[in-house]
Design a binder for this molecule. Structure first.
Ligand code: F6R
Length: 233
């Protein structure tokens, strides 16, 4: 894995955006996208740029079960607010958290991923080493599935909700197998809370107990770290 150290999240987002731009110049058409605080600076650089995404496709990693796209806490809403309302794409895919048949929704989403192979996947990392919502213990062979979120993840995400009881406890997520099929992966991590997970991802054994460690088996990963996230390396 190619590790880039930056001063802060702003510089990290700028670097990630530059890598996206270079990818586009080399023919990248489909982008796997993440939500959460980590990619926000990258999205700001995308929005502020003159790069045209109207012929590009995005495939998001995950969505909370039970929230529809108009819910301000949904990941669809997040993506609309931070990116899509400002930079139109040809097509944007996010799992449907309101699907009545969740298994059918997982299969449908796997079809979306198969029809739109991801050129560049953007990832954050959870404090417990999750990528997407693939929590510790998830098989590396997993495709899109429903997950019960761990207490660690629910706690980390409660900052977006009025009270912890409002944080959904289930989500739909793209699986690790699909993430690993992306041609190129950019993982960003900012802040001290990520330092342990980053160290295990880069220096620990490859294990399903630390989902991000699977990235050691991918041939083209750029890891962008601020000083705090890199502080335990
Ligand atoms: C979100 C996602 C998650 C986040 C991770 C870090 O779509 O896939 O894996 O990337 O939970 O979240 P933040 O960036 O909020 O620290």
């Amino acid at each position: 894995m190619d590790v880039m150290r930056v001063k802060n999240a702003d510089e990290g987002g700028k670097k990630a955006f530059e890598i996206l731009k270079e990818g586009i110049a080399n023919g990248a058409n489909t982008f796997g996208l993440a939500t959460g605080s980590t990619p926000e600076t990258m999205y700001s650089y995308m929005v502020a740029s003159d790069v045209d995404f109207s012929d590009k496709v995005s495939v998001n990693l995950d969505e909370y079960v039970g929230l529809d796209g108009n819910d301000e806490q949904s990941y669809r809403y997040f993506m609309d607010q931070h990116l899509f309302n400002h930079k139109p794409f040809k097509k944007t895919y996010v799992p449907n958290g309101k699907a009545t048949d969740l298994d059918a929704e997982c299969q449908r989403y796997d079809g979306v991923i198969a029809d739109n192979p991801i050129d560049i996947q953007v990832l954050g990392i959870g404090q417990n080493g999750h990528i997407g919502f693939n929590e510790p213990g998830t098989s590396f062979d997993a495709t899109t599935h429903v997950v019960e979120l761990t207490d660690s993840t629910v706690n980390a995400n409660k900052r977006y909700f009025d009270k912890i009881e409002d944080v959904p406890t289930r989500a739909l997520t793209m699986g690790i197998q699909s993430i690993m099929k992306s041609k190129k992966i950019i993982l960003m991590a900012f802040g001290k809370a990520k330092a342990d997970a980053v160290k295990s991802m880069l220096e620990g054994e490859v294990t399903e107990n630390l989902p991000a460690s699977v990235l050691q088996n991918h041939g083209d990963v750029v890891v962008i770290l601020d000083e705090d996230a890199a502080s335990k390396l």
